[in-house]
Design a protein around this ligand. Structure first.
Ligand SMILES: [Mn+2]
Length: 415
């Protein structure tokens, strides 16, 4: 057995699509999901270092909402455009980029106020790929009407690198979406790894400016810098809870071993990410566990709710709630955990909310063969993975909690 193997998970078709998009783009915008976590930031910043190693000079990271302080030290983070601080620059970069790359993201609706602009790109991409796929035929899209003109407006080049379950990807096998991957950062690594190793990545020049990387295969040692490795490692580490769940895949450790050859200090990365919470967050956790956690022993379930008044009391920012949902699972015989927090209803949901003044944002976790995604989908307008799902409820967290208690006998296993 070869213990150093990192297999080719990304298919030749996916790799070719990625290579073509990247080769042909002069300007590239990389965007990730709102309320970015370690994987969102790690995968998108890592992607930029990869593209820069390929000789791409016009690459912009766009972050839709603020990122937590414990990620503010990541390499390259200061050059990222944060929408809330520079809305015009973010909109312009997203709209005008030849290629938009979504990492840890496959849905246009998950980028806060940038959602309508990303949605334009998604629909332009869907139309252009319909136009180029003879088997599906082309609807009367604006792009196909102008099919003689390769400068199709609006710009439609799109690459998705994600590991969420998402319907958007189902019709587009060339998008790099693997729900079984533990992190998007791992997929960015794999793309870089395969890109450097596969001759398939070297495609015919589509236009003059793609010549920079065509013909010369990138050397992986040029891509594998400490900055790239730090970003990828951070994403892999955070999306697996420091390799404590979703982390049984042996190759993951071959990737980690490869990253460590750059000399990065993984213990220091752990310390910066996991030992960097505010005192407010520690008190908030204490409050949640002591005052707010309800246990339902018959169903092996735990429920924590937080309303806005309570979050205000602990000066809680969105990142401060991260991970609280996992904590009750540390209790013996608790296999389900639900965390609900009150949130505002955004403008685009006002109509659906039917007069509700607030909504509950809900996280579901479970262990073993106990799906929570069906409950999330059927009762709480959400969905996700079997053991990790999300949902929402128009109304207060108390009303959402009542709904959960009312329906749990239908969805939770007693044994
Ligand atoms: Mn992720």
């Amino acid at each position: 057995m070869n213990y150093t193997v990192i297999s080719d998970k990304i298919t030749p078709l996916q790799l070719k699509h990625a290579a073509r998009c990247i080769c042909d783009a002069q300007s590239i915008a990389i965007i990730t999901h709102q309320n970015p976590d370690g994987d969102a930031m790690g995968s998108s910043l890592g992607m930029r270092f990869f593209l820069q190693a390929l000789g791409k000079t016009n690459v912009t990271n766009i972050v839709p909402t603020s990122f937590p302080d414990f990620l503010a030290w990541l390499p390259g983070v200061n050059e990222a455009i944060q929408y809330e601080q520079q809305p015009e620059a973010a909109v312009q970069a997203l709209r005008e980029a030849d290629l938009v790359i979504c990492t840890d993201l496959a849905e246009a609706g998950r980028v806060a106020a940038l959602s309508p602009i990303l949605a334009e790109r998604f629909s332009a991409y869907a139309q252009s790929s319909e136009g180029s796929d003879s088997s599906e035929g082309s609807e009367n899209s604006e792009c196909s009407e102008n099919s003689e003109n390769s400068e199709c407006s609006p710009k439609s080049s799109l690459l998705i690198i994600d590991h969420h379950l998402s319907s958007v990807c189902s019709g587009h096998p060339e998008q790099i979406a693997f729900p079984d991957s533990a992190s998007a950062s791992e997929l960015v690594f794999r793309l870089a790894w395969q890109f450097a190793r596969s001759s398939r990545a070297v495609v015919e020049p589509l236009s003059s400016h793609s010549r920079a990387i065509v013909g010369s295969r990138p050397d992986f040692s040029d891509i594998l810098t400490p900055e790239f490795a730090t970003c990828i490692y951070t994403g892999m580490m955070t999306d697996t809870g420091n390799f404590s769940y979703n982390s049984c895949e042996p190759e993951m450790y071959n990737i980690v071993a490869t990253l460590l050859t750059t000399g990065i200090d993984k213990d220091a990365i752990y310390d910066r990410v996991f030992n960097a919470y505010s005192a407010d967050r520690m008190r908030l956790i204490g409050y949640c566990l002591y005052h707010k956690m309800k246990l339902f022993p018959e169903y092996h379930a735990a429920l924590i709710t937080l309303n806005r008044k309570e979050m205000y009391r602990f000066n809680a920012k969105s990142g401060d709630m991260e991970g609280i949902v996992n904590m009750p699972l540390q209790i013996k015989d608790v296999y389900y955990s639900v965390f609900m927090r009150e949130d505002k209803i955004p403008p685009h949901q006002q109509e659906e909310a039917k007069g509700a003044k607030v909504k509950a944002k809900i996280s579901f976790r479970s262990q073993g063969n106990r799906p929570v995604n069906i409950l999330a989908r059927e009762v709480f307008r959400g969905g996700g993975h079997m053991n990790a799902s999300g949902g929402e409820f128009f109304g207060s967290v108390d009303e959402a909690a009542a709904k959960f208690i009312e329906t749990m006998s239908r969805y939770l296993q007693k044994d």
